[in-house]
Design a protein around this ligand. Structure first.
Ligand SMILES: Cc1ncc(C[n+]2csc(CCOP(=O)(O)OP(=O)(O)O)c2C)c(N)n1
Length: 726
């Protein structure tokens, strides 16, 4: 037996030598094979440039950088910051994707430039996702030229890169209204166009919904409809994507997933999958060559079963090295690529070929986030969704990113987190791909061991935090209110059910503004106060932020702190700032005609409203509730019992929110509740627009709150008397 094994081992070693030589030959030939493949013939392949450790495509020449001002410059010198629509000879004529077919290749090339010019023009006027849109222009045209999405199905994952698609699907003339109230939405919106199938904004759902669309079409006898999802490498690691991959391959569905790989989420992508994708960039062996490798391996003679087994093992190991897309192929997808996502002609060829293929397909393309605008390509993090530009240079010809601006609640919280990590090595912070949005870049660079970026995987981030807390660390989960919804079950099971000391910093709680309904943080008050063991707070102003975080980290169970996307304010207190104590509100101003019970930073609008009402002789107090769970029932019930009017004010849905908690408490204490008026968000989705404008529409600005008090007092006296109020 020993002799047998030795013989097999020698045979294996001999074969290994033979194989390695063959593989080297194969590697040398792989690129030649590539060029000879029909669908790749004209495609410009991206090569890994080891000197730069990166790939780059030359930025387009028409949009250039001014070396003096480092500002963007549109292709034509232009003194008007909003270039006229008539500048767009081609884009202005595209009423629908069908018009694209009328253009020559040269014209299509010019169209990509016109689209980028328009993106630059719009971005100079208002902050919006920028670099991602610049990166998908060619892909968007290639897809629309290959498929007919008036019938076929397309989902752009997340939807922040939808601008080129909007521009060629009948929305060019209205494009400059984007992200303003009443204007186009910054995300897909079926109410605007039949080419948008879902309102989206949260990452990672595209593969599931496209699979569902395909299944629905098949069920309804419309199997000829093609289904395409476009997903970025940042969204790819979301768990849901892999759940969908698994399901699609189980059903052997005819679906195409285009993986738009630009090496970036908002921040550079993190995690093992990212390393895998980087590896694909390195090896430079493509789909065409796989068959050759397999044929080569198959043709090697096998001697005896043990030798065959060793060879199979080696073959798998080599496949792992050479076979791009192994990961996806294991999921039952046929993998194609990687190909240059800026080569329109090459993209069209491969898409045409894939359109005729059956089963689950994955096309891996490399794009350059910010392509065509040098600054954006150089710094895609800043230019993912840059702030406002200003005109600079001689005659204001150039445009440069405006620096500075007021500090926001996010800044105050990230500063508090920084000091927490500095003071206590057990303290740590977890973000879900929002290091930049959460303003945690300095934390990441100064405390790399205490900083964790889960990627766009909010459910995992929360369960991970639970694990860390169980191990004795002091995790802070820093996630936007709307994205934290993804972790509802982990908050329930992994955190609250175990009563673990995880602190949730719920950023962007409330109306966020131009991002609209997918991004407004409307629901966290109810969904967090639901669970036993959770304590939920909100700061009234900047002075509350750090004391609340410090207090939260000392608690034995979970605590959440919500704060809005708003500039910092500090309340001028007549008394010293009251320390944070479990379930205790802070009385800011006393009043005999009523009281505003404010949860969170709405306290500042309440104070202004109270001040204005006093000028009209109405004396209304303001209490900062601080806690929605547990409520300061002593202070709140006393106000309900003794004052003629109690107005609860919150930046969140009224369904199950702070006002509901107050009503529940009053009801439990057997108090009359007819003089309690609740102000918050109604039971409907709130559109996009300027944050202050939307708050005013909802009656949540100072003027609206004062109005609420006056309206209540104007109600017929007998009705109020019957209610025991006056
Ligand atoms: C569930 C969820 N979490 C976080 C975000 C915030 N977000 C918007 S775009 C983005 C990065 C997406 O990266 P990728 O998919 O690679 O697209 P790219 O912008 O690079 O084209 C993130 C994290 C989101 N939209 N949804």
């Amino acid at each position: 037996m020993v002799i047998g094994l030795a013989v097999n081992l020698s045979i294996s070693l001999l074969l290994a030598g033979f194989l390695l030589r063959a593989v080297r030959r194969y590697e040398r030939r792989a690129n030649a094979v590539l060029e000879s493949m029909d669908c790749f013939r004209d495609a410009e392949f991206l090569r890994y440039d080891s000197a730069r450790s990166n790939f780059r495509i030359a930025p387009s020449k028409e949009v250039s950088i001014d070396s003096e001002s480092k500002g963007l410059r549109p292709s034509e010198p232009n003194t008007n910051p909003m270039m006229g629509y008539d500048m767009y000879e081609l884009l202005s004529k595209i009423q629908s994707p069908a018009d694209l077919h009328k253009l020559s290749e040269e014209q299509l090339g010019r169209l990509t430039q016109e689209i980028r010019d328009e993106l630059v023009q719009v971005m100079t006027a208002r902050p919006a996702p920028f670099a991602s849109n610049l990166g998908v222009v060619e892909l968007c045209l290639a897809l629309h030229l290959t498929y007919d999405f008036s019938r076929d199905r397309i989902i752009w994952d997340t939807g922040h890169q939808i601008y080129p698609h909007k521009l060629i699907t009948g929305r060019f003339a209205n494009f400059r209204s984007i992200r303003t109230k009443g204007g186009l939405m910054g995300f897909p919106n079926p109410a605007e166009s039949p080419y948008d199938l879902f309102v989206t904004g949260h990452a990672g759902a595209s593969v599931s919904t496209i699979s569902g669309l395909k299944a629905g079409d098949d069920l309804l006898g419309e199997s000829d409809r093609h289904a395409v999802a476009v997903i970025g490498d940042g969204a790819l690691p979301s768990g849901m994507v892999f759940e969908a991959f698994n399901n699609i391959s189980g059903m052997n569905q005819n679906c195409l997933v285009v993986l738009n790989d630009n090496k970036m989420g908002i921040c550079p992508r993190t995690g093992g999958l990212a390393q895998r994708l980087d590896h694909y960039r390195l090896s430079g062996i493509y789909q065409s060559g796989k068959k050759t490798l397999n044929d080569l391996l198959k043709s090697i003679p096998l001697i005896g079963e043990p030798a065959r087994a060793s060879l199979e093992g080696m073959r798998d190991a080599m496949k792992m090295y050479f076979k791009e897309g192994m990961l996806f192929e294991e999921f039952g997808f046929r993998y194609f690529g990687p190909v240059d996502g800026h080569d329109l002609k090459g993209l069209r060829k491969i898409l045409k070929e894939l359109k005729g293929q059956k089963g689950p397909l994955l096309l891996h393309i490399f794009t350059n986030k910010g392509h065509g605008v040098e600054q954006a390509a150089e710094d895609p993090v800043t230019y993912h969704s840059p702030g406002i530009f200003e005109c600079v240079g001689e005659n204001n010809l150039n445009i440069s990113l405006k620096k500075g601006g007021a500090k926001a609640y996010t800044d105050a919280m990230s500063g508090a987190i920084y000091r927490s990590l500095q003071a206590d090595p057990k303290s740590c912070v977890i973000t879900a791909a929002m290091c930049q949005g959460n303003k945690l870049e300095k934390v990441r660079s100064d405390f790399p061991k205490q900083f964790f970026d889960s990627g766009i995987c909010e459910s995992h981030a929360v369960a991970f935090a639970a694990g860390m807390a169980k191990a004795g660390a002091k995790p802070i989960v820093d996630i936007y209110s709307t994205f934290l919804q993804r972790s509802f079950d982990q908050i329930f099971q992994e955190v609250c059910l175990q009563n673990l000391p995880v602190v949730f910093c719920v950023d962007r709680a409330g109306i966020v503004g131009p991002d609209g309904p997918t991004h407004h943080g409307c629901f966290d008050i109810p969904y967090l106060r639901l669970f036993p063991n959770m304590t939920s707070l909100a700061p009234a102003d900047e002075a509350d932020i750090e004391p609340m975080l410090q207090w939260a980290q000392k608690q034995p169970g979970p605590v959440s702190i919500r704060y809005p996307r708003a500039n910092l304010e500090t309340i001028p207190r007549s008394k010293p700032h009251q320390p944070i104590e479990m379930g205790q509100a802070e009385v800011l101003v006393e009043g005999k005609d009523g009281v505003f019970l404010a949860f969170g930073t709405t306290a500042t609008s309440c104070l202004t409203a109270a001040k204005n009402l006093r000028e009209d002789g109405i004396n209304v107090g303001v209490i900062s509730a601080r806690f929605v769970k547990p409520l300061d029932t002593k202070t709140i019930l006393k106000a309900i019992e003794h004052l003629p009017l109690v107005v609860t004010v919150e930046e969140g849905t009224l369904q199950g929110g702070f006002g509901s908690a107050v009503l529940e408490a009053a009801n439990a204490a057997g108090l009359d509740t007819r003089h309690i008026v609740r102000c918050g968000y109604p039971d409907k989705f709130i559109e996009h627009g300027d944050r202050n404008e939307l708050l005013a529409d909802l009656g949540l600005d100072a003027a609206g709150l004062a109005e609420t008090v006056k309206n209540f007092r104007a109600e017929p006296a007998e009705e109020l008397a019957a209610a025991g109020v006056r």
